[in-house]
Every structure is written in C-alpha cells, then in structure tokens.
Design a protein around this ligand. Sequence first.
Ligand SMILES: C[S@@+](CC[C@H](N)C(=O)[O-])C[C@H]1O[C@@H](n2cnc3c(N)ncnc32)[C@H](O)[C@@H]1O
Length: 955
Amino acid sequence: MTTPIKTPKKLIEVALPLDDINVACAYEKMPGIGAHPRGIHLWWARRPLAAARAVLFAQMVNDPGYERNLGRGVNKERAKVERERLFKLIRGLVKWENTNNVVLLEEARVEIIKSWRETCELNKSHPQASELFNPEVLPGFHDPFSGGGALPLEAQRLGLTSFASDLNPVAVLINKSMIEVPPRFIDRSPVGPIPSNQKQTKIAQDWSGSKGLAEDIRRYGSWLRDEAFKAVSDLYPKVDLPKAYGVGKVNVIAWLWARTVKSPNPAYSHVDVPLISTYILANKEGKEAYLDPVISGGGYTFTVKNGKPPKSAADGTKASGRGANFVCLMSGTPIGGDYIKAEGVAGRIGSKLIAVVAEVKGGRVYLSPTDEVEKVAKSAQAQWVPGGDIPAKLSGGTCVPYGMTEWGHLFTQRQLVGLNAFAEQLSIARTRIRSDAIAAKWVDDGKSLSDGGTGATAYADALTIYLAFAIDRCADFSNTCTRWVPGNQKVMNLFAKQSIAMTWDYPEANIMIDTVGGYVPAANYVADCVEMLPIKATVGNVAQADAATSVRNEGKVISTDPPYYDNIYYADLSDFFYVWLRRSLRPVLPDLFSSMVVPKAEELVATAHRHGGKEQAEEFFLDGMTKAMHRLSEQAHPAFPTTIYYAFKQSQTTDLGTGNTGWETFLEAVIRAGFAISGTWPMRSEQEFRMVGQGVNALASSIVLVCRKREGNAPTLSRREFIRELKEELKEAVEAMIGGAEGVSPVAPVDLAQAVIGPGMAIFSKYSAVLEADGSPMTVHTALTIINGILTEGGDEFDANTQFCLVWFDEQSWTAGEFGKADVLARAKGTSVNGLKESGVVEAGSGNVRLLKPNEYPKDWAPESDNNTPVWEALHQMIRALRDAGESAAGSLLAGMPQRADPIRNLAYRLYTLCERKGWADEARSYNELITSWTGIEAASHEKGHLGSQVNLDI
Ligand SMILES: C[S@@+](CC[C@H](N)C(=O)[O-])C[C@H]1O[C@@H](n2cnc3c(N)ncnc32)[C@H](O)[C@@H]1O
C-alpha cells in the first residue's frame, strides 16, 4: 500500500481576494500603462500577469485554517486574521506598479517557502521524502500550454524554477525570450555601439536586471536600421513639401493605397478603379483632411484637401449597406463582393497610391499622390517571399476568398524588400555582436544559446532573437491588411484582432523612420518590455512539447491555460510570424525552426475544417485534452493542487449560465483525466478596465479550476444521491458566496451561476461516476444542468406569499394570469389570492391576478408599521426606493426591517439568476443594482439606526 501524502489545503482552495485581483487584471489591459512583457512579441489570449501571480501564490501557500486530520493550522478566529494578512500581501502583489517590487516579492517568496517547509515537515517520514519533500528545494513549476508565457513568467518572479512548453515554436520562442534567455545575462552591461543620435548624458548607467540586455536591443536595433536603410534607401526617398507647408524634403510616414479592380462597366473595363472605404484621412477637429477624386480624360486622380470633408466623403467608393460592395468611380456601376473575389482569384486586384502622409515639424501633413512617388514604390522587387498558406477559415474573417492565399500575398513588394533588408542584416549583426562582446571582455566559450551558453556567442544569439521579434512587430504593421485610423492618424496593425480580414485601402508605414511601424520604435518597444521582466530569476527551461504526450510535468507545480476549444487557431495565425522568424533565426535555433510552417496536427483546438467536421473536432479535442489532463493529474507534484484556466466567449452564455460545447467538453476531459475539482474562481481577466470601473453587468470572462487528483478508489453515486448531496451542500456554499466570507466581497450576481459550478462540480467529480438509473455514467452536461437548476428551484426558505410570487413571476413575469391558476398555486404554497392581495404584492380582479411592479408599490410604506410583509414586498419596496431616491432611501427602509436583510438579498440573487436565464435584461438589472449597492444601502441603514437597535433606543 502506498503511504498517503499529507497535503495541507492551499489558500486557493479556501478563499481569494477576487475583487482586487479582477481590478488589477482589468488595469493591466488599460492602454497607456506603459511597457509590459506581453509587448516582447504578440500572442493571442494572454492571461494578465496579476491573475497568474495571485493564483500561483495562493496555490503555493497553505491555508491557515485548522485541519484536524493533519493536526495543523490555527483556530477559526486566528485563521481569519492570518488569511487577511495573506490577502493583504496578494492585494499588494497584484498591483501593476508592484510588478518588480523587490520587497513584496521577497515577502511572497518567504511565505511560499514557509508553507513548503510545513508540508515537508508533515511528510518527513514519507518513504519518498528525500525526493518529494526536500525543505531546501522548492518544486519546479511547469505550464504545458504556455503560449505568451504569463504563467511561467510569474512563477519565475515568485522564485520558482520555471518550466514552460508549448507545441507552437513561436510560443516556445516567446517563452524562451522571457524566462530562459534574460536570466543568463542578468545584471550585465551593454556592449553595443551607442547610436550617434543618442546623447551620452541620457545613457543609463544602472544595468541591473535585464536593463543591459534591453539597452543592447535598442543599440543594435538602431545599427540594424542604419545598415538596412543603406541597402535599400532608393526605395524610401523623402518627398518634396509643397510650398504651402514650407520648402524642402521631408520623410514619408506612410503611403496610403487603395486596392483596385477592373471596372465591371464595359465602357471602362480598361480602368483599374479603386475600392476605398472612406475618403477621410484625418478627422481630428481643425486638422481634417480628405480625398477629392477628380475624373477626367477617361481616368481619375486624387487630390488631398484640408478642412471639413463633405458628407459624401465618409463612404469613399463604398456602396450603401454592409459588406464588400462598392461602386465604380468612373461610372457608378455597382461592384459586388463576388466580382471582387473573382478579380482577386484571377490575380487582377491591383493597387493605386491615393495619398502620402509626410512628417513636418509638430505633426503630419497629407499630400496628393504623384506618379513619381507611386513609380518608386512599384519598382521594388523582393528577392525572398514568405511561403505558406493564409488560413482559409478564421472566426473574424480572412482575405483568402479574395485570392490572397499565401503569406507573401499580404505584403507589397516594397514591404517585402524592407522586411527582407532587416532579416538579411540580422546575420551580420549577429557576427558583430559577438565580436563587440569579446571586445567588451566577455568570456567566449563558443557555446551557442541552444547549447546553454552564457558567453559572447550565446549573447549574440540571444540579441538576434529580440531583433527578429522587432522585425515581426514591423511585419504586423507593414502588410496590406492594416488600416489607417483617421482619428489618431496612425497605422492600426493587423493583429489588433484575431483575424486576417480583407482591407480595401491600407497604409504602408515607412519602416525606415522613427514612426509607428518603423523598425527602431519596434526594437525600442521590445527593449522597454524586456526591462519589465523579473529583476532576480533562476534560468527557466523552455521546450517544444505536445502536452498530450509530455513528460515535463513530473513532480512540478502546475498552473496552465489550455486552448479554449475552438476559440483561437493559434497555429494557423502564428504562421504569419513563423515564416519571418524562420528566415532570420534558423541558424540560431535550427531545431525549433526545422519545419516549413508551424506544426498543426496535434494542436488541441477543435477546428472543424481540420478534423473533417464538428463532431470529429469535438472528439479530437476531448481525446487530446483528456490525455493532456491525465498527464497533469498523474505527474504533478502531489502536495499541490493544479490550477487550470478556461476562458469563455461571451456569446456562449446560455441557459446553463456558462453552458457551451467547449466548456462542457473541457470539463469532461478534466474529470475523465482523473481530476476532482476542489474549487472554481470566476475571473474578469479578459475585461476592459473601463467596464469594471463602471460596474457593468458583464459576465466573468474566465474561470480558474482548482483540481486535485481523485482518490483511486473513489466510489460511485446514484443520480438521486447526487441531487440530495448537491442540495445539502450547495445551499451553504451559495449562502457563503452571497454573504461573502472573510474579507471577500460577495460574488457578483452575474457570476453566481458560474461560481456555483465549483462546489457543484466538486461533488460530481469526487466520485468515480454518478450513475443514471440505467447504470450509465452521468454526463457533465446533465450535471451542470442539475447544478444550475438548484440555484432557482425550491425557495422553501421564504414565506408562503413570497414562494407564490416566485413561481408566478417565473410563469407570468409582470403580466396578468388566470385567477383559477393563481388560486391553485396559492393553495399549494399555503396562502390564498386574497392573502396575497392583502399583503400588497398582487392586484387581483376581473378573473386575473398580476404581480405589482416595483413602481406600483406605495411610496409612503413603512416596514415598522406593516406586520404583513412578505420578503417579496420588502425587496421590491427597496428596489423602488433605490430607483426613486437612491441608497439612503433604500437604507431607511432596511433600517426598519434589519432582520430581513439576508432573505431580501438572497431573493434578489435568486431573481437575478432567473431573469438572466429568461433573458429579462431590465429586471435582471434592477436586482443586480440592488445587490451591487448593498454595501451603501447597509451603511445608510446603520446611519439611520436600526429599529430597536441601540441607536434607536438612545433616541
Ligand atoms: C490559451 S493559450 C495559452 C496562453 C498563455 N497562458 C498566455 O498567457 O499567453 C493556449 C496555448 O496552448 C498551445 N497548444 C495547443 N495545443 C497544444 C498541445 N497539444 N500541446 C502543447 N501546447 C498546445 C497553443 O499553442 C497556445 O499557445
């Protein structure tokens, strides 16, 4: 028999300061917070660092509560104080400004080690103690679906040796650039040539952490640009300024182009007519500019005009209505989407220069296009063109139907020449960096980065990676599926969204100058983001691995964020970057870039087109995810729970609260794989700060599952027993969620249905199976339906009149129903229609019964003088008061019936959930408002003084 392991409960299995974590997550998504590690290289669906840090910390530290079976922990009161201390630490840790706060991080590390030592002490007699419980060595961390690297990065920041893997080579490289490469060169001075335009006085002398590495990215970025420019300068000439703006030649910020097709009108079939979504180039008040088309001599030209554009400018050559519908500029003949597609497939979509954005002192000016400027651009001829297919299916759209099928089709020839110029100079830069490092007295052990080197050779390899990342950043801005934004007058990159949608007019940013889309700003940005990496770190370990077959989890603490069913096609999208990275970095990391494109077959995404249909895709996902999860449940360190993130598409919210194929299939995999769920935390990790700030009623966007390996000999349970256990345990769990526990604010009404999955699934998953009457195992779908049903069914705890109202509301909402039906229901609930009428909650007459709406309740009502108040009435009176006169009025009512506070709030939660499910948004909002204002209402009620309370007696 194996000796059981003593595993204290972790904080995450008991409590979390969710609100603070949610606010910090949202803050991190705000534009303008400055450099962030995510800026090192683009990746899709990143977790906020705040969530990753908080979850991992709470997964590593022991809950202070007493555990009789282990003889550890402190009593209830002390545990509460102790938990609050840990919460305070978490609240500090998640703040963006504390990302590299040495003192706080050290405090967190000490706490993690303290818990670890306690666990080791408990297990010191375990036969595998020396291997599993060495108090001097913390277990390593592993994320097998590491993507953009948030989780491994935060593990490293918290002092763990961090392991990361991903199937996708681009993700692997991002992780390497975050946790593997920088720690090897920490605290080192830069070696690169100081750019001639950089003032000595401005150069930082503090090279702690990754500052030296970052500075070299800037220096070589600048050097690389100069070299690349020398090679292709004739394609990037300055333009002459028209007299009105002064004289001389100025840099071009961007060339604006329109795609063209042959006019479908036979009279103009020789003319390439432009497809332009708007003629407006700049719409900032006082700085407006727009295109004015001039038709003459069987052709057309564009003139740029300044000043308020006419109304007609807004739509360019677009026809009214949505979609790819245009009109021929020459004849007004409609140009439909199918025609454009056919032209595209036939290779007849062309391009026409429509304006030039030039750099002048204090801003930018818009110039009319000239043949000469257009000719220079069209003289470019790329020597190398990226191959590989653009994904033909993407949720947000793809340009493939328009004949743009290969990555090379996304770029103009000049964009290709520019990007190539940088890629070509990169190998020269690598040689130069190595010799500069040797000249700066670095040891040169000749060992490359991939061989684990830390000397001059490896440093040259390392810098090459970041410089190649800057090329990727430029590629994201330098392709023809970008947009010109007239508001901020900048280029919007392709992957501002997760699609490769067709564009009609597009900007071509000047990669050679210091502007958005330029190489130097890109390299500087990468450098700034590198500086945000941990200041102190053990070298991480990153590998390319399939999570379904990986052996890298063994003995590690696991927190992971697998793909969300069919949400994002990582491999398809990332080919965009892979083809460029491969061009630049194959000599540096030959193994990682051995295949022509990103491997796709094992990617755990339910892609219908890849797997031959929806069902097959679901089967593939379930099978692969179960294998991957099984590896985690079997291999993870037994003293820690595993945490798993799952993000929802908002549109997937249904009757089941969060019910959808993806989520259910995912849960099915987790449970099949041998995990029991010991907690779930709804998180707003995807949400905009703005929305959280406004307390908007939006669903938590992701959920963190806390899982433990299920006991090998777990029994089975019948459906009836399952429902009985659910009813017993959920009631208490829901009350704790509604009431909030130990400094934790109550779960938002909108999150209740999601939050309740935790305790519900905890029951479901601790058994080897819940058996249906016919002996078949219950599906996750059925279990979720039952769990969610329990949230709104019953209501036995309320008075008889309220029980009636609950059912009547469910059936009728505010509309009238037949008296006979109401009478039967009232009797069943132990009341009568008359009794309901007397208590003031319904209107009954002419054979009908109807619930009163909140605004129909009498305004002069006082709970103190009403001895027949159903909770229903109390709640709707409070809603009326809150709406009419705010929190203080609702608080005054509450002051007159303090003993009803809990039932009122419970009823509001229940009604909120009911209305959400029914899609009654207005009603749901009223209940939500009452709950979210509850703290204020309570404060107002205390101010007023509770009826019969000390304050009242004093009076
Ligand atoms: C949701 S993302 C992870 C995002 C990450 N947590 C972050 O913050 O950036 C899921 C990742 O799983 C990876 N993936 C998909 N199938 C995989 C497999 N079979 N093995 C390993 N990784 C896989 C994808 O490449 C993607 O990077």
